[in-house]
Write a protein that binds this ligand. Structure first.
Ligand code: DMJ
Length: 463
């Protein structure tokens, strides 16, 4: 879940009429050898990375079209976000000089003692997770120390909550917290980073805090086994009754349940995942519009409440498969492929029942590639490599600009209408997924790995 995103399921997006979503036959394409695809991806990653170095080195994000920069967390402050996000991608791609330069920058310039409020969720998955993955890649003790310091600076979100479900913002210097109205993704998407931090530091407080946050929400599930979307962390209660799973802003709440079971072997997470997933599959699966989608429902009654679908939910195809519901996961992936075939690049939000696109942009989203990545390593079926390669070709055709790659404001016209930013998560996610699917990379264990929701390789790097 990303807070900076514009219109989520519950937001009012201006509807833009679009042709009904239909499955179009993908154009025939030549299938190069896997290693050749990996080299193409690496070349394009370097093109984006060089744009960042040239225009925005040391700033959070590059705006490649205007040749300017973007502050992600706080206006006027940089945390070198792209540098932190890129560490383990540089490592698996064996770009070691760049990696060493990034580690030096973090050591010399990353300032965490700042009098500013940051959004805890984004801070944890991006900064804490990035530093942990950098530590896993390099063994640098400094990166682990900075990860711990970064986590400690937002830890008051958990420690000051009467229920254990975290507040949304913390001041990095003072520890003051604010905003008790939370969504599920922001409550739960920290157990992988915090659990790893507990393991590496020997301090159990991080893992325990994440578990308490999950417990606060799980205790409020309905008799059907469904959850709603927004939770008041002071009252310990949902504030509305609509359940938008697996869309944002609840998406990675479910991802981290299964991830915590896989990484830490705590059976409670597996069992929670199972109960919630059984309910989602029972009440939310909708095959009535062609393909397989997930409807929104009232979490108390299970009554249908909407048919909007957000691109960020595409990751759920792989999560279902990893969690044991492979056929449904693969069918969901096929549904997303039909949208990808239709538009070239998947629009942010559409209604699968009416075929209306409500948000025609795409912020260089990694979720479709993320799904292909996990499904490939799980099944080794060629169709996932083919889907990923087609996706890569579309990105290269539509999003490549002089100083790297950029987001799209409208995926429907040709040429697509482009925006102007390279989101830092694309250094952590898109190119990494695509590269690892084809590279047979010596520094990555294709059989045993754990990635965070931000694509950080927390387990599975080889040194
Ligand atoms: C990333 O910041 C993370 O993957 C998050 O969990 C949701 N998706 C965005 C990118 O789309």
């Amino acid at each position: 879940m990303r807070a900076a995103r514009k219109s989520f399921l519950l937001g009012a997006a201006a509807a833009v009429a679009a042709p009904r979503i239909a499955r179009a036959a993908p154009a025939a394409f030549r299938r190069p050898a896997p290693k050749a695809v990996a080299q193409l991806v690496r070349t394009e990653f370097r093109h984006a990375w060089n744009g960042y170095k040239l225009v925005a080195w040391g700033r959070d994000e590059v705006k490649p079209v205007s040749g300017t920069t973007n502050d992600f967390f706080v206006d006027g402050r940089t945390f070198g976000l792209s540098i932190v996000e890129a560490l383990d991608t540089l490592y698996v791609m064996e770009l070691d000089d760049d990696l060493a330069r990034c580690v030096r920058w973090i050591d010399q310039h990353l300032e965490l003692d700042v009098d500013a409020d940051v959004q805890m969720f984004e801070w944890v998955i991006r900064i804490v997770g990035g530093l942990l993955a950098g530590h896993a890649a390099t063994g640098e003790r400094m990166l682990l120390d900075r990860a711990r310091e970064a986590a400690d600076r937002v830890f008051p979100c958990f420690a000051k909550s009467p229920t254990g479900a975290p507040y949304r913002y913390a001041n990095l210097r003072t520890g003051a917290v604010r905003e008790p109205l939370m969504n599920l993704a922001e409550i739960g998407s920290n157990v992988l980073e915090f659990g790893e931090l507990s393991r590496l530091t020997g301090d159990p407080k991080y893992l325990a805090a994440s578990r308490r946050a999950y417990e606060a929400v799980l205790a409020k599930r309905s008799p059907l086994g469904l959850l709603a979307t927004y939770f008041d962390v002071e009252k310990g209660a949902f504030t509305k009754s609509v359940d938008v799973a697996p869309n944002p802003p609840v998406d990675s709440f479910y991802e981290y349940l299964w991830g915590a079971w896989e990484m830490f072997g705590d059976a409670a997470y597996r069992d929670w995942y199972r109960v919630l997933t059984d309910a989602i599959l029972k009440y939310q699966v909708d095959r009535t519009s062609g393909g397989l989608w997930f409807r929104q429902v009232d979490y108390l009654s299970g009554a249908p409440a909407g048919t909007r679908q957000v691109e960020l939910a595409a990751f759920y195809a792989e999560l279902l498969a990893r969690g044991g519901d492979r056929a449904i996961g693969e069918a969901y992936f096929d549904s997303w492929t039909s949208i990808s075939d239709r538009y070239g690049i998947i629009p942010e939000v559409f209604d699968y029942a009416s075929g209306t696109v409500s948000t025609p942009s795409n912020e260089l989203r990694p979720e479709y590639a993320n799904a292909a990545f996990d499904l490939w390593f799980l099944t080794r079926e060629q169709k996932y490599r083919d889907a990923a390669y087609r996706h890569f070709l579309a990105l290269r055709e539509h999003c490549r600009v002089a100083n790297g790659y950029t987001i799209v404001d409208d995926v429907r016209p040709r040429p697509m209408k482009l925006g102007d930013v390279f989101p830092a998560y694309s250094f952590a996610e898109n190119f990494k997924y695509l590269y690892l699917m084809f590279a047979d990379a010596p520094r990555f264990d294709g059989d045993r790995h754990s990635l965070s929701t931000e694509g950080k390789v927390l387990r599975g790097l080889r040194r």
